[in-house]
Design a protein around this ligand. Structure first.
Ligand code: PHB
Length: 395
């Protein structure tokens, strides 16, 4: 027997996009149900990136979704671009009057989950969406299976696929689970977490003869670092000494503070944008709609930007019976998505060394990096994109 529940908005996926959307909808008096196939613990402990645009932080804090982002998060007013053994600071505050916050995504998820549960949100973990039907009716339905395999149908006035890069909802929107614009990269990131003091006050994005490295942070005692590797790399093959050697080789001119490495993973890169973001009464947001390589730190920020546009459209649809903002949602969201796709691709291609790079390619790349750091216009372009373009409803 299939249990049927009814709600106004059915949201698949309890990541940043799905949870923030349910939070904002609740603030407008619109009820929703959020399901996720993962357990709460898995969502709260999976290591993801850590940079939030100032606008993202403002949304999280002013909507009451997270206070900790301001108290635990660390504001950064610049980054360092390092190449040919020299560092060049991109001074965000001076160039664009904005900054970013280092606040790991899983911390933001803990805040969002506890805020939603405290508000009585119907949030169900361990519930796997199987398919979405009826996109072009006014009763779209999510068919799912509960933690013990029991079938569940969620009938809604609107369905949102916020279910990540392997989205189940996508098929109902694009007609195919993979329908989208797609690009792969011939490298990946080897990520580590280690027990050590910070090696630098700000993030270092380093291009070297040996490939790219990113020196990021987590806390005064825990650091996050990445280095460019082959996508097929098995993370267990390196000893700790080899990992330090690989990292150190990619940041010539900086001495890293080493310490025990307690977590390692290989992150594959891809750029993807779904062919459609909306069909009838089903929309895609966050990684279900697009993925970006992590070099521009745009993933979660782009999800938040989608949410702001869709939330406003759903308020108009469900409270005022006005479908015009919803019809404008794809174009509006895609405007930012493709700018972020470009920025993420640009940072990636400018900083990594492709395995088949020729001597010409390598010299041209250094010319590109110099063009950026030696020009105020170049630095400003990077600073505007990295700190984030203006968000819907925020100044
Ligand atoms: C991170 O700290 O995990 C991080 C920071 C910046 C990026 C990507 C990842 O561009």
């Amino acid at each position: 027997m299939t249990a049927t529940v009814r709600t106004r908005v059915a949201i698949i996926g309890a990541g940043p996009a799905g949870l923030l959307l349910s939070h904002l909808l609740a603030g407008a008096g619109i009820e929703s149900i959020v399901i996720d196939q993962r357990s709460r613990e898995e969502i709260e402990t999976t290591i993801r990136a850590g940079i939030l645009e100032e606008g993202t932080v403002e949304v999280l804090s002013s909507s009451g979704a997270s206070d900790r982002v301001l108290t635990v998060g660390n504001r950064h007013e610049g980054i360092e671009l390092r190449f040919s053994g020299e560092g060049h600071r991109i001074d965000f505050a001076a160039l664009v009057g904005r900054g970013v916050y280092l606040y790991p995504q899983h911390e933001a998820l803990k805040d969002l989950i506890s805020a939603r549960l405290a508000a009585g949100q119907d949030l169900r973990f361990g519930v796997t969406a199987q398919r979405v039907e009826g996109a072009e009716t006014d009763r779209p339905t999510v068919f799912a299976t509960g933690a013990e395999g029991q079938p569940l149908a969620i009938e809604a006035e609107f369905v949102v696929g916020a279910d990540g890069s392997r989205s189940v909802a996508r098929a109902a929107v694009t007609g195919a689970s993979t329908g989208g614009y797609f690009r792969e990269y011939p490298f990946a990131w080897f990520g580590i977490l280690c027990e050590a003091p910070p090696s630098s006050d700000e993030l270092i994005y380093s291009n070297s003869e040996n490939g790219f490295a990113l020196i990021s942070q987590r806390s005064p005692t825990v650091q996050r670092m990445y280095f460019q590797c082959d996508p097929e790399t098995d993370p267990s093959v390196y000893s700790e000494a080899q990992l330090w050697d690989e990292l150190q080789k990619r940041v010539p001119g900086t001495t890293l503070h080493e310490g025990r490495i307690f977590q390692r993973d290989v992150l594959r890169f891809r750029s993807f944008v779904a062919h459609e973001l909306l069909r009838g009464r089903v929309a895609l947001i966050g990684d279900a709609a697009h993925t970006v390589p992590p070099t521009g730190a745009k993933g979660m920020n782009l999800a938040v930007a989608d949410v702001l546009v869709l939330e406003k459209a759903l308020r108009a649809l469900l409270l005022e019976d006005d479908s015009r903002p919803l019809e404008a949602f794809p174009e509006k969201a895609l405007h930012r998505i493709w700018k972020a796709q470009h920025f993420s691709w640009w940072m990636t291609s400018m900083l990594h060394v492709a395995p088949d790079a020729s001597n010409f390619d390598r010299r041209r790349q250094l010319g590109e990096l110099r063009s950026v750091v030696e020009s105020e216009a170049g630095r400003t372009f990077l600073a505007e994109a990295y700190t984030g373009w203006p968000l819907e409803g925020l100044q």
